[in-house]
Design a protein around this ligand. Structure first.
Ligand code: 1PR
Length: 531
């Protein structure tokens, strides 16, 4: 029996599912006394530092956690839970942490680094721990903008470090209390093995090595991610299917293409080594997702067997239902997080919000991006952009951010800008990708999913000019999407641009190229990937 501290701040379902998958029963904390009394406690940290601390304090859980740690009762903290053990965080100035480990949590500040760190990185163990007994240098999943600094004050707690810009604390342990900055529940097989070590460990047998000082040397690096994308919608028979468009047209001879079942395909890609799975509910802009229960069900069922991050997009916006009840975008996103999503992606609504911002020049404070990012953290908010090329003879012919292109337009135009669209490419708006990406970053988005209508489904390779333009314009990670046709296209996108991840759909669905084949080719080209 494992006790789970779910304080309603995010995706705790994945942790719950991972524990169950390992054969344990999960019991929820219902009051502060449970925290002290639990045999083994898992404390997943989801959301911003301030939100986590506020909820802990509200229920008196902060004091109970401090008491449990003082008593050296088995505790596993994950992500922000590691950060909460420190004195405070730059993320939420003035909000005190649990103060168990001396020191502050700082934002990644190395120039040129994508922040948040999203993806798979290694760890450098600094002492022996039964929890890391199976760790053989594999990569684990991290997602965070803030980190604990390596500092002499926390030497007796230091279990592992990771390099991203500088070296930071990625695991702490003292006695029976352990916390990881990475997500074991999202780190595939190796993550589950680490989690299993905590669940199986006997109280009192915890300390296996003598705390040692930080060893110099060794390094880790963040891998480029390979993401499988499932465009999902109902077909004409009313079944929810994975479909795939050619330049966003998903019909073939009048019928919606059916490439398989969402839950089955997601599992197939997980087992094939995908670093993340993205679901796009492509008709979400016209349906209300909370009434569109099949998508929630898809997430719930997928998260039972898929232990890498899941992103869901489509229809994330505020909505007034037929009965007059108002749902904020945050309500919609929360339902997705509770159903197993780690990140949500916003398409059309982001375009409308950026238009509003550009017209008024001030943040509304109520946009979907701001609301979700404040509660769940920037790393949980992805902006899905659906741009289309607009050719011009000269950059002076448009107020938009035009680039010189190697692929001239139909009338020989040598410049183009990328127009943002809404409603799955159906409607173009007077706004370009650079405006959209920059304002979304300002509003609190943590990642860009950069599609390209011109390349979608063409197998002709990613639009490198588009990706380079957007990547240069923002500091948050950018996922290159649309057009992958061969393994070499992934090498190309990682060599010619600084894209943090590359996403593909058609080639994987049609079994034309395997995820392992892509990863092998990328690794052979000397680019870091998770194998
Ligand atoms: O506007 O917030 O409701 O979100 C709708 C979401 O649905 C957006 O993320 C939008 O990109 C997506 N979407 C809408 N219509 C379509 C369509 O195809 N008709 N799919 C669509 C977008 C693009 C990629 C695709 C890559 C890779 N699909 O996700 O998977 O282009 O494909 P490829 O490797 O086969 O080239 P909202």
């Amino acid at each position: 029996m494992i006790t789970l501290l779910d304080y309603g701040a995010g995706n705790v379902r994945s942790v719950r599912n991972a524990i169950r998958k390992l054969g344990f029963t999960v019991k929820d904390v219902t009051c502060a006394a449970d925290i002290v009394a639990a045999d083994k406690l898992v404390f997943p940290g989801v959301g911003s530092f301030g939100t986590v601390m506020e909820r802990l304090i509200r229920d008196g859980y902060d004091k109970a956690l401090q008491e449990r740690i003082r008593l050296n009762r088995p505790l596993l903290g994950i992500c922000v839970a590691l950060q909460a053990l420190f004195d405070g965080s730059e993320e939420s100035p003035g909000v005190p942490g649990l103060g168990v480990i001396p020191g502050m949590i700082r934002r990644f500040a190395t120039p040129g680094l994508s922040v948040p760190q999203i993806g798979w990185n290694g760890i450098l163990p600094k002492k022996d721990s039964p929890l890391l007994a199976d760790y053989k240098g594999e990569k684990l999943y991290f997602v965070h903008s803030y980190h604990a600094e390596v500092d002499d004050n926390c030497d007796d707690w230091l279990l592992a470090t990771t390099c991203y810009g500088s070296e930071f604390v990625s695991a702490v342990e003292k006695g029976n209390v352990t916390a990881f900055q990475f997500h074991p529940e999202k780190s595939g097989r190796v993550g589950l093995a680490i989690l299993n070590n905590f669940l199986c460990r006997q109280e009192g047998l915890a300390v296996s090595g003598v705390p040692s000082r930080v060893e110099k040397g060794g390094t880790t690096s963040l891998a480029k991610r390979i993401i499988a994308c499932l465009d999902v919608r109902s077909n004409d028979a009313g079944d929810l299917v994975v479909t795939k468009g050619d330049q966003y047209d998903v019909r073939e001879q009048g019928e919606v293409r059916n490439l398989g079942k969402p839950v089955d395909l997601a599992r197939r890609y997980y087992e094939a080594g995908a670093d993340e799975i993205t679901f796009l509910n492509i008709t979400g802009f016209r349906d209300f997702p909370l009434e569109d229960q099949p998508m929630l069900e898809v997430l719930k069922r997928t998260s039972e067997n898929v232990f890498v991050p899941l992103t869901i997009g489509g229809g994330i916006r505020s909505f007034t239902a037929a009965d007059g009840r108002y749902y904020s975008a945050l309500d919609v996103a929360s339902e997705y997080f509770r159903s197993g999503a780690d990140k949500i992606s916003i398409g059309s609504d982001a375009v409308y919000e950026v238009e509003r911002y550009l017209a008024e020049g001030v943040k509304s404070g109520t946009s979907a991006i701001e609301q979700i990012s404040i509660v769940y953290g920037a790393q949980a908010v992805v902006i899905s952009i659906d741009p289309r090329r607009v050719y011009v003879a000269s950059p002076d012919d448009t107020p938009h951010a035009a680039i010189a292109t190697r692929f001239p337009g139909p009338d020989g135009e040598r410049y183009c800008w990328y127009q943002c669209t809404v409603q799955g490419g159906r409607e173009g708006r007077d706004i370009d990708v650079v405006q959209l990406a920059q304002v979304c970053e300002l509003l609190g988005a943590g990642e860009i999913l950069l599609n390209c209508i011109d390349r979608d489904g063409t197998n002709s390779g990613f639009d490198l000019e588009l990706i380079a333009q957007v990547k240069k314009a923002v500091h948050i990670p950018v996922i290159a999407s649309s057009g992958a046709g061969r393994a070499e296209h992934f090498i190309e996108v990682f060599t010619a641009t600084n894209a943090d991840a590359a996403l593909a759909a058609g080639i994987f669905h049609r079994h034309e190229v395997g995820i392992d084949e892509v990863k092998k080719a990328v690794a052979d080209a000397g680019i870091e990937v998770r194998r």
